[in-house]
Design a protein around this ligand. Structure first.
Ligand code: GAL
Length: 414
């Protein structure tokens, strides 16, 4: 076949122009599939499109992101990594060590991330001094959510100690109301467990147990008391709890079938997406005890070829840390901005409480990473703890047995 000169020239021109104005594209793997989460991720999709980007959505359903983590691993191992994925905490550094992440330092430096992010959050986004992830928010994990009308009708105030929680739950149960909306999935058991642990162990004890993995703390009488409280709470859950998704548990609180849910503030995103008003329809209070368990969602970019994808990664990173996105996304998501320079005027009372408590706990040394949401430990260790927590919750295992199992599981995971 003969190619004429014109054909060769226009082919070349096409190549050159594609390279020069590569349109940003991104295939984004995430696990934001509930009502509130879908509204939140739509904000990002819209901003990305408004800036000339083409978004390919790869949602993997499953709260807490376990299924998304498995899907991501399969994609990367088969040499077909997505352009961006929702990963967080030490998993970012684990992926970095596998040599598969892209360096986004140029975007971070051009946009002054070091200035606008708190050092504690920035630390999670760095890999050997380079920027390897972009934070979108700060979720707080240690919350109790409640149906305002159900509490009022039963003469119950929001509990401020675990004893008060238990007394309220017993009263509600007598009144035929499910005290605790819960979904029996390992990550949800872990979510409740770490909130109880923070309250009973205190901030220092929590740190020793779930950051330092200190054996004495893991097997202490206080840790036995944590498992005792979990056993008590097992009695406040309805018989259909097994396997229930977290957002369906939130819906039980919304419709008054259940009174309380212990869940991170992505639950607030569900209440809000359903048009409910904090302080009126639903109430929020931090779980009993001092401290703040943080859970920062972020995106990491994978080292993929193609100018369009690289442009997409740069645009995505710039947008997610951008001021506008941080405000609008977090209004929907239930979290607060990761940036320190976003005004909270448009945010609700629960968000204000979160921001105030985060600042105070940062001062007081009780701002702590959530182990249940992958902020404190690497996967092997957090998985080992969660296996014990869920085995205990779903059996008649004693607290003595649970702490022994906990210490062994950690020892074997190291
Ligand atoms: C958390 C995540 C939140 C939310 C939640 C339920 O781990 O940080 O953004 O998605 O799981 O899936």
């Amino acid at each position: 076949m003969k190619m004429n000169v014109m054909g060769a020239v226009s082919g070349l021109a096409l190549l050159v122009s594609t390279a020069a104005v590569a349109e940003p594209t991104a295939e984004v793997l995430h696990y934001w599939t509930s009502g509130g989460e879908a509204k939140s991720v739509a904000v990002l999709q819209e901003e990305f499109a408004a800036n000339g980007g083409t978004w390919t959505d790869m949602p993997v359903a499953g709260g807490g992101g376990d299924a998304a983590g498995t899907a991501l691993r399969a994609r990367v191992l088969s040499g077909n990594a997505p352009t961006a994925a929702q990963i967080k905490g030490p998993a970012i550094q684990e992926w970095y060590e596998e040599g598969v992440l892209a360096d986004i330092s140029a975007v971070a430096e051009a946009n002054n991330w070091a200035e606008v992010l708190p050092a504690s959050i920035a630390g999670h986004m760095k890999c050997e001094g380079t920027w390897c992830a972009a934070p979108v928010n700060v979720h707080r994990v240690d919350w109790i959510w409640a149906n305002a009308e159900v509490l009022a009708a039963n003469g119950i105030d929001m509990p401020t100690t675990w004893d008060e929680f238990n007394a309220a739950a017993a009263k509600l149960q007598d009144a035929g109301i499910i005290p605790l909306a819960h979904g029996g999935q390992a990550w949800q058991d872990a979510t409740v467990f770490e909130a109880v642990a923070l309250g009973i162990l205190g901030a220092e004890g929590y740190h020793k147990a779930f950051v330092d993995l200190d054996t004495d703390t893991l097997t202490s009488d206080s840790m036995k008391a944590v498992f005792d409280q979990m056993r008590t709470m097992r009695g406040y859950v309805d018989s259909n709890f097994s396997g229930r998704d977290w957002n369906l548990a939130t819906a039980m609180v919304m419709n008054g079938e259940a009174a309380f849910q212990i869940m991170g503030d992505w639950a607030k995103g569900e209440f809000m997406a359903a048009g409910q008003v904090p302080g009126e329809d639903f109430l929020c209070i931090s779980t009993p005890g001092e401290g703040f368990l943080y859970n920062v969602d972020s995106f990491a970019m994978f080292d993929v070829g193609g100018d369009d994808k690289k442009e997409g990664q740069a645009l995505l990173a710039e947008l997610v840390v951008g001021k506008n996105f941080q405000e609008v996304f977090n209004l929907n998501k239930g979290s607060i901005p990761a940036r320190t320079d976003v005004a909270l005027d448009a945010f609700d009372s629960c968000a204000h409480l979160s921001a105030a408590d985060m600042a105070a706990s940062n001062e007081g040394g009780s701002l702590l990473p959530s182990y249940a949401h992958g902020m404190a430990l690497r996967g092997a260790q957090s998985g080992a703890i969660t296996d014990v927590v869920t085995a205990h919750f779903n059996s008649d295992m004693s607290s003595d047995e649970a702490v022994e199992m906990l210490a062994n599981a950690i020892a074997n995971s190291l």
